[in-house]
Design a protein around this ligand. Structure first.
Ligand code: ATP
Length: 196
């Protein structure tokens, strides 16, 4: 049986970077964020609901207008919650479908809002990627060309890092001091042992 392992962490913790290392070890990875971007374009029911709640012009032809959507949900927690309630269920279904097709000893599902969206249900274990807040802010400011205030705003909408890590079964520390490749390889060994 293929073990289903979640991979999560706050913005800038390095989830995607760590997921790529697992991919190098031939572990299939499902990227929830990329999947939802795809679903906005191809899932007819989701598209229809998006138009119903955010207006027809939230799409330009079949292309979601991300800037418009961001401006609508920014600073409006209720609209953000509505958006999440529309996109999370089809993404969770899509992930389950994908996971059921895998045949390796284990797979990874990478998602920023794993616990917040309830998509940890059905997973066997969860790995948390931990990095101190100052490093996360610096990384995201550099990667997204964002201001400190913008990054702090995005962080404020996620579960706090310490609480999130407590919910995880394993933690990888990605603080640019401890070697992450060694930690991933160690976890790969541990997880393979769990599969028996
Ligand atoms: P988000 O939730 O915003 O998608 P994330 O948790 O997936 O973020 P990454 O995109 O993997 O984080 O990493 C954020 C940035 O930090 C990237 O530019 C990445 O290259 C860099 N980064 C991550 N880990 C390290 C590291 N150990 N050393 C140097 N740079 C790193």
């Amino acid at each position: 049986m293929t073990l289903k392992i979640g991979l999560t962490g706050g913005i800038g913790s390095g989830k995607t970077t760590i997921a790529k290392i697992f991919e190098l070890l031939n572990v299939p990875v499902y990227y929830a964020d990329a999947a939802s971007k795809r679903l906005y374009k191809i899932d007819k029911e989701l598209m229809q609901k998006m138009k119903q709640h955010f207006g027809d012009d939230i799409y330009n032809k079949d292309e979601l207008d991300r800037t418009k959507l961001a401006s609508l949900v920014f600073n409006d927690p209720q609209k953000l919650e509505l958006l999440n309630s529309l996109v999370h269920p089809p993404t969770i279904r899509d992930a389950v479908e994908w996971m059921n097709q895998q045949t390796t000893q284990y797979i990874i599902k990478e998602a920023a809002l794993l616990f917040e969206s309830g998509s940890n249900a059905g997973l066997d274990y969860v790995i948390g990627v931990y990095a101190p807040q100052d490093i996360r802010i610096k990384r995201v400011m550099e990667r997204d060309n964002a201001t400190q205030e913008e990054v702090l705003n995005r962080m404020a909408r996620q579960m706090d890092e310490e609480t999130k890590m407590k919910l995880c079964d394993f933690v990888i520390t990605n603080n640019e001091q401890e070697l992450v490749i060694a930690q991933v390889m160690e976890l790969d060994r541990k997880i393979k042992k769990l599969t028996g």
